[in-house]
Structure formats: structure tokens, C-alpha cells
Write a protein that binds this ligand. Structure first.
Ligand SMILES: Nc1ncnc2c1ncn2[C@@H]1O[C@H](COP(=O)(O)OP(=O)(O)OP(=O)(O)O)[C@@H](O)[C@H]1O
Length: 288
């Protein structure tokens, strides 16, 4: 559960996301079917920052897309506050690996387009909300710039603001800081924690970086190789607010080794398959 004591009243309205025995098989003519998710279950508690880690290609993005309603499960349930998720909806906002800012719109237009077109907000209301968020992430002076005029880190921050202006119940972030240099990435993590603290939003954050998972998360869900499912839940009981001094604590090291052990076990299985069958793709075959 979330251990953030500073959340405002908004957090009471934020959503609990549950996946129950979700299966997803991709079928492409002429190729073996790929069982991406198999009986995958997880809970993202209301107001928590839950981090999902797993080996490359284990089904993390598939899970994110299904949770956001961009893709469907073949069987199983996806529930937000107990109600089935049947498609995309403004209560579940996704932030992707690559920037999705519209290049022809300024930062402010990018941030306010969604709430004015879909969210029932008038222009001045949306701009006030966007401005408050842009200020929190140091982009106040950049409101009239176009995405191409921003650095990669600035684009990611603008994107977080654009998602938050919609006031979703759950934010799903699929490796949003991938490709950023180390310093920018660390800065982004701190910005994300500030936004998390101030909005009390439920977040499902996907990453392949263990340090990032530990620095951000209330809990870490470790996935198996294909077919993907959640194999371990690790509670990250590090105090909040967090800064980088937490990285040198004994408790941090203990939790890190627990997560690494679980992940390495999956890595070892891949190598065992390479030695044995010599066919890594075998793990991808449906029902196999
Ligand atoms: N639309 C699709 N059609 C066919 N196969 C797909 C499709 N989407 C994903 N897959 C397959 O499903 C498996 C899981 O892919 P997914 O992108 O969810 O993994 P991932 O854990 O997010 O990977 P990474 O960490 O490398 O980004 C992969 O084997 C992938 O090739």
C-alpha cells in the first residue's frame, strides 16, 4: 500500500486497478502464436505507485495497453474500482516510451487540448490547471514553445503535465524515461515523485531499471518470462519523501537483492532454454 502521508483529498477519488487472470495471445498468419500474458493477476492499490519490472519482451507493454484499454484481453478481467475496463477512457491515462506531444501545438496547447475537447473544461480553467502543473516541473517559461524547441527531458515533463491536466484516476507509464541520459532520468524521477505526492494519483509505472523501480515504488511487481505473469510482489517500505540518500541505506540494498534474485531467476531460465532447446522463441509459443 502507499506509504505517502502527504496526499491531498483528491487521492480518495483515485482508482484501484485490478487484473484477474488476464490472457493475451497474438496470432500472426504463418508464425507461431505468441502467448504474451498467461493468467496474469495484479492489484494496483488506490493512491499507490506500483512498479512493474520484468525481462525484455515479457509482456509489460501488452499489460499496460490492456490496462489502458488500448488492447483487449482474450480472457480474464480488467477492473477499475470494480468496474470492467472495456476501452480507452480519460480516467486511465497512458504515458508512452516515445513522446506523444503534438509537434504543431505549443506546450500549453498540448496540455489543454484534451481537457477542453474531451474533459468538459473551459479554456481558462484548463490553462490555469496546466500552468500550475507546468510550474511544478519547471516549464512555466516554456508554455509557448513547440515540442521541437524542448530538450528530451522537457518533453517528458510536458507530457506528464498533459496527462495530469485530465485529472485521471490512474496513470499508466510505460518506460517513460527510457532513452534519457542518467542525470535527466534522475531529475525526471524526482519530478514524478513530486507530482505523485501532490496529486495522490494511482500510478502503474513500467521500467526495466531496478534502481528506478526502488526509488519510485511503493511495491514492485516482478514478471516472469513469456508468457508473462506476475511472479513476485516486493513491498518497498522505504520512507517518503525520498531523495537519493535512500540508495545508500541497508534496507534499500536488501530490497534490491530481493528484486534482483527474482529477476535473475527468470534470466537463468532463458539461458537454460538457449542451452537446451537452442530456441528462445520456443518460450513464446502459445500453450507451449
Ligand atoms: N501486436 C502484436 N502482434 C504480435 N506479437 C506481439 C504484439 N505485441 C507484442 N507482441 C509480442 O508479445 C510479446 C510481449 O511483448 P511486449 O511488448 O508486451 O513486451 P515488453 O515486456 O514490453 O518488452 P520490452 O521490455 O522489450 O519493451 C513479445 O514477444 C512481442 O513480440
Amino acid at each position: 500500500m502507499a506509504n505517502n502521508g502527504n496526499k491531498n483529498k483528491q487521492s480518495q477519488q483515485k482508482g484501484e486497478l485490478v487484473l484477474e487472470n488476464v490472457n493475451r495471445v497474438f496470432r500472426i498468419p504463418g508464425a507461431p502464436a505468441c502467448h504474451a500474458l498467461k493468467n496474469c493477476s495484479l492489484t494496483v492499490p488506490r493512491g499507490s505507485l506500483t512498479v512493474l519490472v520484468g525481462p525484455s519482451g515479457c509482456g509489460k507493454s501488452t499489460l499496460a495497453n490492456i490496462a489502458a484499454g488500448y488492447d483487449h484481453a482474450d480472457s480474464g478481467k480488467v477492473l477499475l474500482d470494480g468496474k470492467p475496463v472495456t476501452g480507452p477512457g480519460r480516467e486511465r491515462i497512458m504515458v508512452f516510451q516515445e513522446t506523444a506531444l503534438w509537434p504543431w501545438m505549443t506546450v500549453m496547447k498540448n496540455a489543454t487540448f484534451g481537457p477542453t475537447m474531451l474533459g468538459g473544461m473551459n479554456k481558462s480553467e484548463a490553462e490555469a490547471k496546466a500552468m500550475a502543473l507546468l510550474e511544478k516541473v519547471g516549464l512555466r517559461e516554456f508554455r509557448d514553445k513547440y515540442p521541437a524547441q524542448l530538450s528530451g527531458g522537457m518533453q517528458r515533463r510536458a507530457e506528464l503535465c498533459r496527462a495530469l491536466v485530465m485529472d485521471p484516476k490512474v496513470m499508466i507509464l510505460d518506460e517513460p524515461f527510457r532513452g534519457l541520459d542518467v542525470m535527466t532520468r534522475e531529475l525526471m524521477q524526482e519530478y514524478l515523485l513530486t507530482l505523485y505526492r501532490e496529486t495522490g494519483l494511482t500510478m502503474l509505472f513500467i521500467t526495466s531499471e531496478i534502481e528506478e523501480a526502488l526509488f519510485l515504488g511503493d511495491q514492485i511487481l516482478v514478471m516472469t518470462n513469456l508468457p508473462g505473469t506476475v511472479k513476485t510482489t516486493v513491498n518497498v517500505d522505504l520512507p517518503r519523501p525520498r531523495d537519493f540518500s535512500v540508495l545508500s541505506t541497508e534496507r534499500y540494498r536488501q530490497i534490491k537483492s530481493e528484486v534482483m534474485e527474482s529477476l535473475y531467476e527468470e534470466g537463468a531460465k532463458i539461458f537454460a532454454k538457449l542451452d537446451g532447446a537452442g530456441d528462445l522463441l520456443g518460450s513464446c509459443r502459445a500453450g507451449g
